[in-house]
Design a protein around this ligand. Structure first.
Ligand SMILES: *[C@@H]1O[C@H](CO)[C@@H](O)[C@H](O)[C@H]1NC(C)=O
Ligand SMILES: *[C@@H]1O[C@H](CO)[C@@H](O)[C@H](O)[C@H]1NC(C)=O
Ligand SMILES: *[C@@H]1O[C@H](CO)[C@@H](O)[C@H](O)[C@H]1NC(C)=O
Ligand SMILES: *[C@@H]1O[C@H](CO)[C@@H](O)[C@H](O)[C@H]1NC(C)=O
Ligand SMILES: *[C@@H]1O[C@H](CO)[C@@H](O)[C@H](O)[C@H]1NC(C)=O
Length: 277
């Protein structure tokens, strides 16, 4: 029983057709501008997915970002297969807990607070105001932590004690103040400012023992970048990026950087670039 000749012929033609389509698509992809191709790649790490401009890092080149300070890292130490997304702001490392492109906001928590409220370096956390600002909803509180103080027996009741899991041998105490910043002159590391959410701070006032959890829960920041040009670029089929020569945002099109304005004149033949920030 031979298969019908014409059926075989149609089958072969179909196979050749499919192979050539796959080939073409691959070919198209290779022909795309390398910067366009690189910036089409999204940052994906842990629970954070599909992050594009203004962020770069971990597979996205620096020219795909809006500023050198918007570098994201994927910390894959400790066999974390999915990784832990991180960002460094003013030389302090934060875990990125969540991100929202539509509100240009992200929730972050200091990485060195993840295990213990007592970090190795008593760095103050301050934002780089040119890149980030505290959430406009006014829901961040500066919490001052006092480390290695002489025991404070007659302090104000707003002063709460906390302990470090890595207990030092010195008979000192750590405190935080649930009312406002207070000078305790007997502390070796006089104070350190850490941000917590307003909601977390309110819970902390009634239950001071949850300091560690409140620090881990982090706080919200907004990134300060104009994405209107980027929107125009993406709508025209391009990928947003930064031109180091002109120090300005730019648009990478599949056939090379945009030459006139922030938009691409021609769309890529296979539109693979999805947009989200
Ligand atoms: C993008 O470019 C950077 C820097 O050249 C490189 O490390 C990275 O692997 C590239 N990513 C992709 C997806 O090609
Ligand atoms: C504290 O700051 C120093 C230098 O400013 C930096 O080297 C160190 O990594 C910072 N520590 C943390 C935990 O971010
Ligand atoms: C933000 O917080 C400050 C200090 O607590 C307060 O005076 C101000 O009214 C708040 N602003 C808004 C918009 O809620
Ligand atoms: C917290 O401190 C920073 C830096 O000193 C300041 O810019 C910010 O306004 C403060 N936030 C609040 C809610 O007081
Ligand atoms: C943190 O900031 C406070 C207030 O500006 C300052 O008094 C303190 O010395 C700073 N701590 C460190 C470790 O730099």
């Amino acid at each position: 029983m031979h298969p019908n000749f014409s059926t075989l012929f149609i089958f072969l033609v179909l196979i050749i057709f499919i192979i050539s389509i796959i080939d073409l698509a691959a070919c198209d992809d290779d022909r795309h501008d390398p910067k366009y191709r690189n910036c089409s790649h999204r940052f994906e790490c842990g629970g954070i997915r599909d992050v594009g401009y203004p962020f770069w890092g971990d597979g996205r080149a620096d020219y795909c970002g809006g500023h050198v300070g918007y570098q994201l890292y994927c910390n894959r130490d400790n066999d974390q297969s999915a990784g832990i997304p991180e960002i460094v702001i003013n030389s302090v490392r934060y875990q990125v807990l969540s991100m929202s492109g539509s509100s240009k906001s992200m929730s972050i928590a200091r990485s060195d607070f993840m295990d213990d409220p007592c970090p190795a370096n008593y760095n103050n956390s301050t934002l780089d105001a040119s890149l980030f600002e505290y959430s406009a909803a006014n829901n961040t509180v500066n919490l001052t932590l006092f480390y290695e103080c002489d025991p404070w027996t007659s302090g104000p009741s707003s002063l709460k004690q906390f302990t470090c899991s890595t207990s030092s041998s010195s008979p000192t105490m750590n405190y935080f103040d649930i009312r406002d910043e207070r000078i305790i002159s007997t502390c070796r590391h006089k104070n350190m400012i850490a941000q917590v959410s307003k909601a977390g701070f309110d819970r902390l006032r009634s239950v001071p023992s949850i300091l560690g959890q409140v620090l881990k829960d982090g706080f919200d920041v907004e990134y300060v970048v104009d994405v209107s040009k980027c929107k125009a670029c993406v709508d025209s089929g391009g990928q947003c990026g930064f031109d180091s020569a002109s120090q300005r945002p730019t648009c990478f099109c599949f056939n090379g950087p945009a030459t006139s304005g922030p938009t691409c004149l021609t769309r890529p033949p296979t539109n693979k670039g999805t947009f989200s920030i």
